[in-house]
Design a protein around this ligand. Structure first.
Ligand SMILES: [Zn+2]
Length: 410
């Protein structure tokens, strides 16, 4: 692999050259002399570390055309997808998931942690397809997999064993979904016990609804501390945080911080699904991203669903998620736009515990070069990802052309 030199890019507000060799950032400095490097002119373009997805469902992507969509009083998205899952073949999952991976790479994603559903309906066919993709995308996209119980674990006699089989097959994280079972605490307990037995971190789809009586994140935080799993538990959704009274919310946020829980917001799905039956003040269901960050909790955003009943317009583009976050969470002032990229780069990298992630010398050369001078411009204009670099190799190059046929007079 030929060494690379990114000429004149912007890291923060500094104009620098970035030299890359053997998959790592060799040097970041003004005016580096190219020796054996291939030189890419990125003058005055923003360089960010590669985007990191921590919560996405490639196995059920691109199926919106196989079923009806959501409507008030109609079947839930879980029900609609469950009806289709039984017919999923390994080849079908592979093809659709591969399309997600390719789009994600094109949009600057260099590491992805994806959920794979394991249950009586799809059994381990999703695992087989995603394991193949893990191998096929080696060196292009690091793919980690979560053994995920979308249908709950107490409705049949096979799901728990299948989840264990998934972990034995090498899936690195165990994923629960307490609200799919009647006894949420028993569900959570089983996941903690199984995660301890296998020595894997935990991820929960948690508190997706708006009834505070169903709250589980307080119990998950308590169990995380009791079992010494601080920093190894992540929670997706957490929509309920938004409907708690301020004092109760503050107590919960304290507890989450104490347990070092990672929070992953999924704003595109919430915007499509939540508040369908609200007659007024439609609840948008986005967790309190700004407050969580302010409280010192590691918070990130992720894509979640791609073209299915949960999010028919979903697309694995984290820069788009940054814009959705700005719009949906009151985080669109210039100072907030400036830090929003943390939610799709360094923060999700912490969720996954990635070593050597970032723009410092010695870090892995996973980078995105954006056609913008700074983060607010990149988000507002949804700037093109000019280069996507994985482990020192250009894996995607994008260009956008536009010709104004008629312009102003002089
Ligand atoms: Zn999800």
């Amino acid at each position: 692999m030929k060494p690379l030199l990114l000429r004149g890019g912007l890291v923060g507000s500094r104009r620098v050259d970035v030299a890359i060799r053997a998959g790592r950032i060799e040097r970041v400095a003004a005016a580096i002399t190219a020796t054996d490097h291939e030189v890419l002119d990125v003058a005055d373009r923003l360089i960010l570390p590669g985007f990191v997805e921590t919560h996405i469902h490639p196995d059920k992507a691109y199926i919106a055309d196989r079923t009806e969509g959501l409507r008030a009083g109609g079947p839930t998205a879980q029900t609609l997808v469950a009806q289709l899952k039984q017919a999923f073949t390994v080849e079908d999952v592979y093809r659709r998931a591969r399309r997600v991976m390719e789009a994600a790479v094109r949009h600057g994603c260099t590491t992805m942690r994806a959920h794979v559903e394991i249950d009586a309906l799809v059994e381990l066919r999703g695992v087989e397809a995603l394991r193949r993709l893990q191998a096929d995308f080696a060196g292009v996209l690091d793919l980690e997999l979560i053994a995920f119980a979308q249908e709950g674990i107490f409705h049949d006699a096979v799901t728990k064993d299948l989840l264990r089989e998934g972990l034995k097959a090498g899936l690195k994280t165990l994923g629960g979904c307490p609200y799919m079972d009647g006894d949420q605490r028993a569900h959570i307990d089983w996941f903690f016990e199984t995660a301890e037995a296998f020595g894997v971190p935990l991820d929960f789809h948690a508190d997706s609804a708006d009834d505070p009586a169903l709250l589980t994140s307080d119990y998950i935080a308590e169990q995380t501390i009791a079992r010494g799993m601080q920093g190894r538990v992540s929670l997706g959704h957490l929509c309920m945080l938004d409907v708690l009274e301020p004092a109760a919310r503050a107590r919960l946020v304290d507890r989450l911080r104490e347990a070092q829980i990672h929070v992953i917001s999924l704003p595109a799905t919430e915007m499509h699904m939540k508040g369908r039956t609200d007659a007024r003040r439609t609840w948008r269901g986005i967790t309190r991203i700004g407050e969580l960050r302010e409280a010192g909790i590691n918070v990130s955003v992720s894509t979640n669903n791609v073209v299915n009943p949960f999010t028919p317009y979903g697309h694995p583009d984290l820069l788009r998620q940054a814009l959705i976050t700005a719009m949906s969470a009151h985080l669109g002032n210039l100072d907030q736009l400036a830090w929003l990229p943390e939610l799709i780069t360094t923060n999700p990298a912490r969720v996954l515990g990635l070593d050597g992630y970032g723009l410092a010398e010695g870090c892995r050369a996973d980078l995105v070069v954006l056609d913008a001078a700074d983060a607010p411009q990149a988000i507002a204009e949804q700037a093109e990802k000019l280069y996507v670099i994985k482990a020192g190799r250009v894996v995607a190059r994008n260009a956008r052309t536009c010709e104004l046929i008629a312009g102003p007079q002089a």
